[in-house]
Design a protein. Sequence first.
Length: 235
Amino acid sequence: MAGKPPPTSSPFIQNVVEGMRRELARPVHKKLPFTVEMLRAIVADTKKNYSLANLRLASACLLAFAGFLRFDELANIKLSDLVISPQHLTIQIPRSKADQLRQGSEVVIARTGSETCPVAMLEAYMQKGGICMGSEAHLFRPIASSKSDRLRDSGCLTYSRMRELLKAKLEKLGFPSTDFSLHSLRAGGATAAARAGIPDRDFQRHGCWKSESAKDGYVEDSLKKRLKVSQALGL
């Protein structure tokens, strides 16, 4: 074979391989974005049973939607990363997919005064779980046992467990669970913001997308302007 082109360079072989790829390929089932109506249904169901598990799921969903959070960002939030004020919630994101330099980022979420207010639901969850601000414990932790309303002292909610909980909730409420994933929450928040006409730059900063990041580093936005993103989502 020395000095001869590899067999895979043959047009015939390449056509065979391409045909096999087409034959074996499966259609991509793109997941749909979450909607505000779905979140309202989750909150309404939570109000029927204020269990710690229900409050934890509702709070996680609302924060992921309102903050455009990826699951790893949501799961890694620690209590020391939170600052709650009368007007809004501030979340320090120590690392994210787009943060290659590990500089961290900050997400602000407004109080809306409605039943789907992410900040109010977070406070209800924290009160139910006896969660105190300022510690290095994760915000969303496993529940100690199926018979208790107490969180474990350490650890964080895993992707597989959160996916199971969300799937079960959607099925209970009559939504097609196979059409949605955990990423649907981030996609849903972004979709709602786009439909509300939020400017691209505010949109990108709120979701920690790396495009426009160089410019963002030199421009100081007012808190009022940054809060407009979560205020526009309809929560």
